[in-house]
Design a protein around this ligand. Structure first.
Ligand SMILES: Nc1ncnc2c1ncn2[C@@H]1O[C@H](COP(=O)(O)OP(=O)(O)OP(=O)(O)O)[C@@H](O)[C@H]1O
Length: 847
């Protein structure tokens, strides 16, 4: 906005200068130029090249005052460019009064987008509302100048100071006047008031500094022509660029810098925890800046000393060397300290996030894709941790350097400095346009790369199918096509980078020539010495690069810090489960009671999974949970493992509710072995001993023998020291299960839960373990009739409710749900034998 109004008023100011000299055509040229510069202004302020193209088309096809009327700014969906139809002449012919839905249909937007779309009303209404601000400003300014007439004799002798005082007195009048427009006060009203008030004074100051001493604009109150020209330019610009207010809920365009002050502050607070390293880095930064800035200064002094005939003294050479050495030494230390800071922050934040996440409830993990969580660790944490060290390293250094060097430059030669500073606004303009283009291209590039990567992944995953159908050629062609698209985008990016670099270099060259031209005049008139000129040119070289870093760096800092939004959200998330139990009795019987337990998964609140479930698992017995698929067996086990807490009712262990037990103690005493258990990379021994500091070899052997794992372990070449591979992938599924059983038995659990972990032929194993004291109580979940029949007691679930309990013999005799389950497939109506294989897979798959 500032750019928009600055540019508009500067063009007006330039036109005003020409009018005073009586060159009328320049006014027209200036106003036209202004329009085009403003186009560019809007282009980069919106971050959309499409906007410019759209505008130019409007320019071509309609009188330019209709531009705001024709401009429809639709929210950009998913950060894509404006739809191509936007530039379609057919779209441009849509009557503007047609309303949002017609316009948005014309550009192919959804009705939802149509509601959010910005549509101007009729041409007359738009012009009227857009014209209100300039009219109010003009009226207020005229009034202010009339009021200021009595002060002219006081202000006029003060020269430039008087001009600025006049601007300062006009400003409050203009600002108050814009308040009169409330509640329909446009967003840029203050900027417009400030620009209109200060433009003549700024322009006058430039004229004074660059021209002959004494030249420059007089008081506005004595030159009303100026008022007319400035306001005319501002009015045209405001009319052309006023867009209707943005309604709520319009998504931010990706070009906008994310506003996340919370995340920035929290990132800063995180950095503050390492204040010692940060302090050391900042100290080195200051010392390096001192070295860097004093270098050109002492060089200039040395040159002047040589020029004046004093010659090259040791002291002078020593000063130059000291400045250089200070700069080099502390720049290096500064970089190292910031790198150290980054590494420490990375460690702290990763650890904090991980420790927080592992305590979250299961519903959090079910609702958050694993890929998203791992992306936080691999991408976002490094970005956040890099933001402050990199930002401070680059931004602070460049900020301090820019301020110090800028002040030196103004002190040495104010006129030359102002000329040199012209590079800043134009540099900003080029940078904004470039980054808008880059962002859009990067987005397309990311999509193209993702497509290529997905293609490769898919081909590799489906290599057998490709071979079977001999589709290698098609896959190759597809990959070539993807790569070609990527290459094209890359080329375009490089080309644009080259173009913008060239544009920036040309700008620098142009300003450098201007400065040299002007400095030649000043040298000739003895305003400056050659030493001052050399110092000035050295400083000019530096300030340009520092301003560039500031421009790039600030955006990068905000974006990187804002990347932590999700991380802070995760860190703020409190687990709902209570893990604060303290009981750790030395002995446990392993008696489990489900008392009127009901449960519903948070992800599916409409569907109660357990309803008033009450049953017992007696100590010293093997109890089996039976029931058709989806009857709630695994859910009951999950409650016993405290993966979830019941919605109502209680699960008791030895008469004490589970939440009262200390978390780690409970999980040492209640151990679960699943159908397809997870092994960790490492040896068989390490997997069996997992989490135990030490155990006797005899205990290890006993557990492995009881689990039926001893035979296959002894058969392996490396025996206990065989590597199982990632997730135990080098072992067969049955072998993995036996290793997991050995791991469970080694701990001698109070309650051993076996979820589909027993094969046919293992049916007597659970009883043997209980008798041998390897487990006090065993709870078995199985679909295998032989395993169920071998249990001491059965609990049959159907649709989340207990329908039968008793010994297998009693239940068989009863001919109820259990018999139906064995014979007819229970409530699913499928024969049991045919369901066995598929159930195993389905059950483990869902789990
Ligand atoms: N995480 C979950 N979120 C929502 N619903 C779930 C979840 N896990 C299971 N369910 C649902 O809960 C019900 C009971 O599932 P559960 O896995 O406990 O049954 P099961 O008796 O163990 O079945 P199976 O014999 O096939 O293993 C099913 O309807 C299932 O769809």
């Amino acid at each position: 906005e500032l750019c928009r109004f600055c540019v508009c008023s500067w063009a007006g100011a330039a036109a005003g200068g020409s009018v005073q000299e009586g060159v009328a055509p320049v006014v027209i040229v200036a106003l036209n130029l202004e329009c085009f510069v403003l186009l560019a202004g809007v282009w980069f302020s919106r971050g959309r090249s499409g906007h410019l193209r759209c505008m130019i088309q409007h320019f071509r096809e309609s009188p330019w005052l209709q531009v705001p009327v024709c401009c429809v700014r639709c929210p950009v969906v998913h950060g894509m460019f404006w739809p191509a139809q936007m530039y379609d002449p057919a779209f441009l012919s849509v009557p503007m009064a047609a309303g949002p839905s017609v316009l948005c249909q014309a550009v192919g937007h959804s009705p939802g987008a149509a509601q959010r779309a910005l549509v101007c009303t009729g041409p007359t209404m738009a012009l009227l509302s857009a014209g209100l601000l300039p009219a109010v400003l003009l009226a207020a300014d005229a009034l202010a100048l009339v009021l200021l007439v009595p002060l002219v004799p006081l202000l006029a002798p003060l020269g430039l100071v008087g001009v600025w005082l006049e601007a300062a007195l006009r400003l409050p009048v203009l600002a108050v006047a814009t308040r009169l427009l409330a509640p329909r006060r446009p967003s840029g009203a203050t900027a417009a008031a400030v620009t209109v008030a200060t433009t003549p004074a700024v322009f006058g100051t430039f004229q004074h500094l660059l021209g002959q001493p004494g030249a420059g604009l007089g008081l506005l109150a004595t030159a009303p022509a100026w008022l007319g020209v400035t306001h005319a330019a501002a009015t045209l610009a405001l009319l052309a660029w006023t867009t209707p207010p943005v309604p709520g809920n319009v998504p931010e365009t990706p070009g906008d810098v994310p506003k996340a002050p919370g995340t920035v502050w929290r990132t800063l607070a995180l950095t503050w925890e390492e204040w010692k390293v940060l302090g050391a880095a900042l100290l080195c930064l200051v010392l390096a800046v001192v070295g860097e800035t004093s270098g050109p200064y002492v060089t200039g002094k040395v040159l002047d000393a040589i020029g004046s005939g004093d010659g090259l003294t040791t002291g002078a050479v020593g000063m130059v060397a000291a400045a250089g050495a200070t700069s080099v030494l502390f720049s290096g230390c500064r970089g190292s300290f910031f790198m150290l800071l980054k590494a420490r922050l990375h460690k702290n934040l990763s650890l904090r996030l991980f420790s927080h996440l592992v305590h979250q409830d299961l519903d959090f993990f079910q609702g958050t894709p694993a890929a998203e969580l791992s992306a936080q660790f691999s991408l976002e944490v490094p970005r956040v941790c890099m933001s402050v060290p990199m930002g401070a390293n680059q931004l602070l250094r460049s900020l301090v350097m820019s301020l110090v060097v800028g002040t030196f430059m103004v002190g040495l030669a104010p006129g030359l400095a102002l000329l040199a500073f012209l590079e800043v606004p134009f540099g900003i303009a080029i940078h904004r346009i470039q980054s808008a283009r880059k962002q859009a291209l990067q987005q397309s590039m990311m999509e193209a790369s993702a497509r290529t990567a997905a293609g490769v992944q898919e081909s590799v995953a489906a290599i057998e199918t490709i071979r079977i159908f001999s589709a290698e050629k098609e896959e190759e062609e597809q990959h070539r096509c993807n790569l070609a698209k990527e290459l094209k985008l890359k080329e375009q990016m490089e080309l644009e980078l080259a173009f913008f670099t060239l544009a920036h270099r040309m700008l620098q060259l142009f300003i450098r020539v201007l400065v040299l031209f002007r400095s030649h005049q000043q040298l000739r008139d003895s305003y400056i010495t050659p030493g001052v000129l050399v110092t000035f040119l050295l400083y000019q070289d530096r300030i340009g690069s520092h301003v560039q870093v500031l421009l790039h760096g600030f955006n990068a800092f905000l974006t990187n810090a804002a990347a932590g939004q999700k991380i802070w959200e995760y860190l703020d998330r409190k687990p709902t489960g209570n893990l604060g139990g303290t009981r750790e009795p030395p002995e446990l019987q392993g008696h489990v009671t489900f008392q009127k337990v009901s449960f519903t998964y948070p992800g599916n609140p409409e569907h109660p999974v357990l309803k008033d479930v009450t049953f017992e698992v007696r100590s010293g017995e093997v109890t089996a949970l039976a029931g058709p698929n989806g009857s709630g067996k695994s859910t009951a086990i999950a409650l016993l493992e405290r993966l979830w807490d019941p919605g109502s009712g209680t699960v008791l262990l030895d008469g004490i509710p589970l939440p009262e037990y200390e978390h780690q103690y409970l999980h040492r005493k209640v151990v679960l072995v699943e159908q397809d258990p997870l092994l960790f990379s490492g040896t068989i021994r390490e997997n069996v001993m997992l989490g135990l500091d030490h155990c006797k070899e005899s205990e290890l052997q006993e557990a492995a023998t009881a689990a039926g794992a001893m035979d296959f372990i002894q058969g392996l070449e490396q025996g206990w020291d065989t590597e199982v591979g990632e997730h135990g992938g080098r072992l067969a599924a049955g072998e993995r299960r036996r290793v997991a059983l050995a791991r469970a038995l080694l701990r001698r659990p109070a309650v051993l839960i076996l979820d589909e972990a027993l094969d046919d032929g293992d049916e007597g194993a659970a009883q043997r373990w209980v008798r041998a004291g390897l487990a006090q109580t065993v709870l078995v979940v199985s679909h295998r009739p032989r395993v169920l029949d071998a249990a001491d007691r059965l609990v049959v679930l159907e649709h989340g409710a207990v329908v039968e309990t008793g010994t297998p013999a009693e239940l068989r005799e009863h001919c109820g749900a259990y018999s139906r389950l064995l014979l007819g497939g229970g409530s699913t109506g499928q024969p049991e034998a045919s369901r066995m294989g598929s159930e195993k897979g389905a059950a483990s798959g869902r789990r």
